[in-house]
Design a protein around this ligand. Structure first.
Ligand code: FAD
Length: 564
């Protein structure tokens, strides 16, 4: 076994020569869910200590998650777009080849994960069950059942916290039983993570062998086609490949440019940068599948900072981004109904609108605002967009223009993002919709600061290259009209082979009027939240919705030109 002291965290340090693992115990099972990696994986390390017996590395494919759903709005299952399914299969394949190099392999099983696990524990006479601790509600419930069974039959369970730098439970405890609700207070309470100085186990010389699998049906990692998908399902796929090898290579590339790391300042990145994204694109590796250890990333960043005289700091630095992740994990874990507006003590109660057609237009990239539509098409095709691009479309859907519920936007992101993450997605949607986390001391209220669907993107990409890439229908539109094609004279639209209203939609709302309406509604909703001190019932919300709609109708009536 090879441990990596923090002091040797150079870009190539994960290729250090391994030494042999220790031997004790009997059969163990390492259950991979996230944490799809060999490096810095304490659950794998613990399971491997049973090298006098066998070690069964298992991944369970849950058909409910993976089966194609022909009724879904885009290729994929009901829960995940096809990009993320492919990314997961690539990550599993890479993990399998990593394990094979060490004399083991990944055993892929299918079914309801809890039931499958129990069968494996029984059939393989497992004495030690190891899996990474997970704070997502789905895993909390599942793990509770599995642990209960394991303890009833005397199986030792080892479930370390290694997806995050900190243990959210510790932070909440330190904060008197409550999750810190601001980033600054989180930083103060959290301090340095314990992994800052610890040595990470990056590799092994070998792993214990797989035992007899008996009557349990195991398979190799399936191909996308074997799950019922087709490679021609999409005309453009995400350029990001899944897997630990890819994650480490991406990390190496990012941190080898020390000046870039030292000067990283989040809000300054270009959300329209296509060929070379302005950020690391490590989120799919860190979040969803754990192909990259956040602790290793942390140590590498600290190493760069030590070498550079000056560097940026949290919240805007690269380390600051990693700490945002920790912040959201902690608040999500410590907050009841974190993924809902109702019954969520930190979420403002806002009478959002229900409008399926508007939601579908936004989701399908058909709002008539090229900046918004291009971002939504990038989401459909790549499953990843820059943070500020996410800001733009989330603001547009909710408090900026359409006044649609953040939970509905959250669902679309949750299904399509390759880095989709329960805590972070919900947290950011609440943030962007001004439903939570904004506690501004000074006026004007934050909800008055709205991203323009026209000028915000133009600032970064005046030529509209990003729009032309994702919306080829606008590729010949002159640059002065690319963000507002409805303002182009018909002769220009004809020449560009894009007639607005026929080849590309007219804007679904006029931004100036729509955003004014949204601000008014947010103002009234905030006032009600303040008056009721957060104790708003369904009827209060219904009354406010009715009032806002009536006011909106009369505003529209008053704005119509009067006929004499
Ligand atoms: P970098 O800027 O290179 O940052 C490095 C790492 O820091 C990221 O990989 C990520 O792990 C973390 N990080 C960066 N920004 C944030 C943030 N705001 N919150 C938490 N962690 C952060 N991120 C997800 O991983 N999953 C989601 O489901 C998700 N949903 C989002 C929804 C909305 C509405 C918004 C506005 C943002 C969302 N984000 C989500 C946060 C953020 O946009 C992405 O983490 C980031 O763009 C990923 O790109 P990167 O890896 O290049 O980030």
């Amino acid at each position: 076994m090879r441990r990596l002291p923090s002091s040797v965290c150079s870009p190539s340090s994960h290729r250090l020569n391994p030494v042999t693992s220790m031997a004790t115990g009997s059969n163990s099972l390492i259950w991979f869910r996230k944490g799809l990696r060999v490096h810095d994986n304490p659950a794998l390390e613990h399971a491997s200590k049973a090298s006098s017996g066998s070690m069964y590395p298992v991944f369970v494919i849950d058909p409910r998650y993976m089966e194609p759903d022909p009724s879904a709005f885009s290729p994929g299952s009901s829960r995940a777009g096809v990009n993320r399914i492919r990314f997961l299969l690539e990550s599993l394949k890479d993990l399998d080849s990593g394990l094979k190099k060490l004399g083991s392999r990944l055993l892929v099983l299918r079914g309801e994960p809890g039931e499958v696990l129990v069968r494996c524990l029984r059939e393989w006479k497992v004495k030690r069950l190891c899996f990474e601790y997970d704070t997502d509600p789905y895993y909390q419930a599942l793990d509770f059942k599995v642990k209960e069974y394991a303890s009833s039959v005397g199986v030792e369970v080892f479930s370390p916290v290694s997806h995050t730098l900190f243990n959210p439970t510790d932070i909440i405890q330190k904060n008197g039983g409550k999750a810190p609700l601001s980033y600054q207070s989180f930083l103060k309470i959290a301090g340095e993570p314990s992994c800052a100085e610890s040595e990470l186990l990056m590799s092994y010389s070998s792993l214990p062998p797989i035992g007899d699998v008996g009557s349990i049906g195991v398979s190799e990692v399936p191909k996308l086609e074997e799950l019922g998908y087709r490679e021609d399902e999409q005309d453009e796929w995400t350029p990001f490949r899944g897997g630990e090898s890819e994650a480490l290579e991406r990390l190496t590339k990012s941190i080898s440019d020390k000046a870039w790391v030292a000067n990283f300042e989040k809000p300054k990145g270009d959300p329209s940068a296509l060929l070379k994204p302005a950020t690391t694109v490590l989120s799919p590796y860190l979040k969803k599948f754990g192909c990259l250890s956040s602790r290793y990333f942390y140590q590498c960043l600290q190493r760069v900072y030590k070498d550079m005289k000056k560097h940026t700091s949290p919240p805007v630095s690269l380390l600051g981004q990693l700490l945002w992740r920790e912040f959201f994990y902690t608040t999500a874990f410590g907050t009841r109904n974190f993924d809902k507006m109702k019954g969520n003590p930190i979420c403002k109660q806002i009478p959002w609108k229900e409008d399926h057609d508007m939601l579908a237009a936004w989701r399908d990239g058909k709002t008539g605002y090229p900046w918004i539509d291009a971002i939504m098409v990038q989401l459909l095709k790549w499953g990843w967009m820059h943070h500020l691009a996410r800001h733009s479309v989330a603001c547009f859907l909710t408090r900026g223009d359409l006044f649609i519920h953040w939970e509905q936007g959250r669902d679309v992101f949750e299904r399509l993002l390759i880095d989709s993450d329960w805590a972070i997605n919900n947290g950011n949607w609440m943030w962007l919709s001004c439903s939570s986390f904004f506690y501004q001391a000074l006026p004007p209220p934050f909800y008055n600061r709205i991203y323009s669907p026209v000028s915000f993107g133009k600032k970064y990409d005046p030529e509209g290259k990003y729009i032309r890439h994702f919306l080829p229908v606008l590729k010949d539109m002159p640059k002065q009209y690319i963000y507002e094609p409805w303002t182009a004279p018909l002769s220009v639209q004809t020449k560009a082979k894009c007639i607005v209203g026929k080849d590309y939609p007219k804007p679904m709302v006029m931004h100036d009027a729509a955003s004014k309406e949204c601000k008014r509604k947010m103002g009234e909703a905030y006032a009600l939240n303040k008056k009721m001190n957060g104790n708003i019932g369904d009827d209060d919300l219904k009354d406010l919705r009715r009032k806002l709609e009536t006011d909106e109708e009369s505003n529209i009536r008053n704005q119509r030109p009067k006929l004499n």
